[in-house]
Structure formats: C-alpha cells, structure tokens
Design a protein around this ligand. Structure first.
Ligand code: ADP
Length: 183
C-alpha cells in the first residue's frame, strides 16, 4: 500500500489532535504504517525554539510539510495536526507531497466561539485577556481552506463520529480499502 498525507488544519482547540488520535488506530488496524506529526509535539523537537510570528509559523509548516512528504514517499500514512493558518504554506506543503503521494486536507471547521468555549488548554482565556500575542483567531489570522478534501463540522458530534467521516472520505478517495464490515 502506498503512503499519503492526511493534513488536519483548524483553530486551536478545534479538535485536530483528538480526531487524528481516533483515526490513527483505525488506519493501523487496516494495515498501514502510520506516523502522526502533531503540531504541539513537533514544536518540542523538530521546531524547538520557533515562536508564533508569521515567519516562524511558516518555517514550522514548511518543515512539517517536508518531513511528511519524505515519510509518505517511503510508504507511510502521515497524519499532520497543526493549526497551519496560512493558505500559501498549506499549498506549499501540498505541492511538495503531491510530487510523489496524495495529499488530503481536512478542515476541522469548529467555530471560534466553540473553540473558546472548550478552551482545553486555557489559551483562549489568556488570549482574550491580551496575554498572548499573535494567537490564531484572536490576534492573528486563520485563512480558511478554499478547497479542502473534507470539511468537518464537529459541533454536536463526537470525535469518534468525526473519525468515521474521515475514514469514509478516505475510502471514497480510494486511499483506504473498505472496512470488512462494510462489504
Ligand atoms: P486541536 O488539536 O485542534 O488544538 P485538541 O484536539 O487538542 O484540538 O482539543 C480539542 C478539545 O475539544 C479536546 O479537549 C476535546 O476533547 C474537546 N472536544 C469537545 N467536543 C469535541 C468534538 N465534538 N470534537 C472534537 N473535540 C472535541
């Protein structure tokens, strides 16, 4: 089976990591070698020391895109979960990956108000209090994907329901074989 990149983009707290964590074991169960490049983790290793200026964010996403393209080319399914707020950098990552492998962009379209209500890391409270500069959706832009392969609405749906929607879309794109119980 050949590799591909599954790229989750959306606001902080949208549910990218949580949904990706639900998709990952299901892809492994179907026989794929899966690697998950999560934004928060990448920033403690590959992108350690980078901040949240436009320039640093762009560097971070360019690095993730490059690593993802290499791993997918070697046959892995690469799940990326990163805010990746800028269309241009997402397009850049896509073009690198698509030289060898499919790229599937998933827009986790949770509205700002819902992300701020969930506020799993307490970041929105701090951002609204003016304590965090360049916080996406509050004091820095988020450019919505124009033509994602999938737009996920998460409000009123559990993360595992969202994961099923992702897998259905991957089946539709012929990237993942249909689950046995579907047959
Ligand atoms: P992100 O990776 O986009 O920053 P996380 O997955 O880290 O977001 O955090 C999303 C938070 O929202 C988690 O604490 C998750 O449990 C919670 N949550 C509540 N409802 C949902 C939902 N319907 N879909 C996804 N996450 C949800």
């Amino acid at each position: 089976m050949s590799g591909f990149v599954l790229w989750f983009t959306g606001l902080s707290g949208a549910g990218k990591t949580t949904i990706a964590n639900n998709v990952e074991p299901e892809l492994e169960r179907r026989g794929f070698v899966v690697d998950h490049l999560d934004g928060d983790i990448v920033r403690t290793h590959l992108s350690k020391g980078l901040g949240f200026s436009k320039e640093d964010r762009d560097t971070n996403i360019a690095r993730i895109g490059w690593v993802a393209s290499r791993l997918a080319r070697a046959g892995a399914v690469v799940i990326v979960s990163a805010i990746s707020p800028y269309e241009e950098l997402r397009r850049h990552a896509r073009s690198l990956v698509e030289q060898h492998s499919p790229f599937v962009e998933i827009f986790v379209a949770t509205p700002l108000e819902e992300c701020a209500r969930r506020d799993p890391k307490g970041l929105y409270a701090a951002a609204f209090a003016g304590e965090i500069e360049e916080f996406t959706g509050v004091s820095a832009p988020y450019e919505e994907p124009l033509e994602p392969e999938l737009r996920l609405e998460t409000t009123g749906r559990t993360p595992s329901e969202s994961a099923v929607t992702v897998l259905d879309r991957l089946e539709e794109l012929n990237l993942v074989p249909r689950a046995e119980f579907d047959a």
